[in-house]
Design a protein around this ligand. Structure first.
Ligand code: DAH
Length: 340
């Protein structure tokens, strides 16, 4: 019995000496583990003489209950102290500004491209992609520009080391690819993609830029359809009250050819620096597909007609957001890109 009393005293004293949760857990194993002192003391009940066994058993259980509940109290208070310590030493200032989480976004050119896709999708145009590395035949010849044709001067070209292979200067060769693939079915597609020109880089011209070509071919496609399509596009892209003006122009692959202007979004036509005092901004070239081009695409020009147009999404973005330098698009300056 006196062993039990001193066990209780020793246990309590050692428990008091523990200051961390780890120490407390070690104490618990020492006393309550498989070969712990309390466990052993309880096992000894059987060896105690019959007369004292009952009293011994009771006392052993009391000691066990007592130390166990002392342990639970000590553990709880150690945990509380740990929490208080961490609240003080690792204090969180909830008034601090949050940490900046970097998020990606679409490039402004991609955003405008997607707006163009959405508008033409509503008008029934599908997206057709074609290659950026072209041959001379498709980029020029089949578009009605034989070798040495002076109109080729409109497109300064990057040639590869392989003769006849070049970087497309416009998306128009895609017209040939899509016609040859679809002929003789009717066509209504846009052809977006990157184009390349061997030009001096200035605020208004780049060596690489996107274009979005449009092509509609059918048995009764007219200039009126072209006009309606362009006006619908200008209204959706720039606002319902935009005025559209059509001027006659020249492209080898269309006849007649036109250029399309829109009244200036800044001055509304009065004349300002954006429109260079003309009141108008050019938004695209277009026309009725030349009979030779239709034929090169596999369509009989006696039976089929078509319209085509080509626009520059970077130029559209420049007009829409008053961006005054085309070099900003590929300059990778986050101060510019983050504005969109
Ligand atoms: N391909 C022309 C260019 O790069 C733009 C163009 C003009 C495309 C008239 C057309 C068109 O489809 O009909 O300048």
């Amino acid at each position: 019995m006196s062993d039990l009393s001193s066990l209780e005293e020793r246990g309590l004293a050692e428990l008091k000496a523990c200051s961390t949760e780890t120490e407390l857990r070690a104490w618990k194993t020492r006393y309550f583990g498989d070969r712990g002192d309390i466990t052993l003391a309880l096992k000894q009940v059987g060896t105690v003489p019959q007369a004292e066994r009952r009293a011994y058993g009771q006392k052993a259980n009391q000691v066990k209950e007592f130390l166990n509940s002392a342990f639970e109290d000590a553990l709880a208070s150690a945990k509380r102290q740990d929490l208080e310590r961490s609240l003080v030493s690792e204090r969180l200032d909830v008034t601090l500004p949050g940490r900046w989480v970097p998020t990606g976004r679409l490039h402004v050119a991609t955003q405008v491209l997607r707006q163009i896709y959405a508008i033409f999708a509503d008008l029934g145009f599908q997206v057709y992609r074609s290659r950026e590395v072209e041959d001379d035949l498709t980029n020029f010849e089949l578009l009605n520009m034989p070798p040495h044709h002076p109109a080729r001067d409109m497109w300064d070209t990057f040639h590869t080391t392989k003769p006849g292979v070049l970087l497309r200067t416009h998306t128009s060769p895609g017209q040939i690819h899509v016609m040859r693939e679809c002929c003789p079915r009717p066509i209504r597609v846009i052809l977006p993609g990157m184009c390349y020109r061997y030009e001096a880089i200035t605020t208004r011209s780049e060596i690489m830029f996107h274009q979005v070509e449009g092509l509609a071919v059918g048995t009764r496609v007219s200039m009126a359809d072209l006009k309606g399509t362009i006006i619908a596009f200008a209204h959706r892209m720039f606002g319902e009250d935009r005025q559209v003006r059509i001027r006659s122009s020249y492209f080898p692959f269309t006849e007649p050819s036109i250029e399309v202007d829109m009244d200036c979004i800044v001055c509304g036509g009065k004349g300002c620096t954006l429109c260079k005092r003309t009141g108008w901004l050019e938004i695209m070239g277009a026309g009725m597909v030349h009979p030779t081009v239709l034929q090169n695409g596999g369509y009989d020009p006696e039976q089929f007609s078509g319209f085509a147009f080509g626009m520059g999404p970077e130029r559209i973005a420049m007009l829409k957001y008053a961006i005054d330098d085309i070099r900003l698009f590929w300059g990778n300056d986050l101060r510019f890109l983050r504005q969109f």
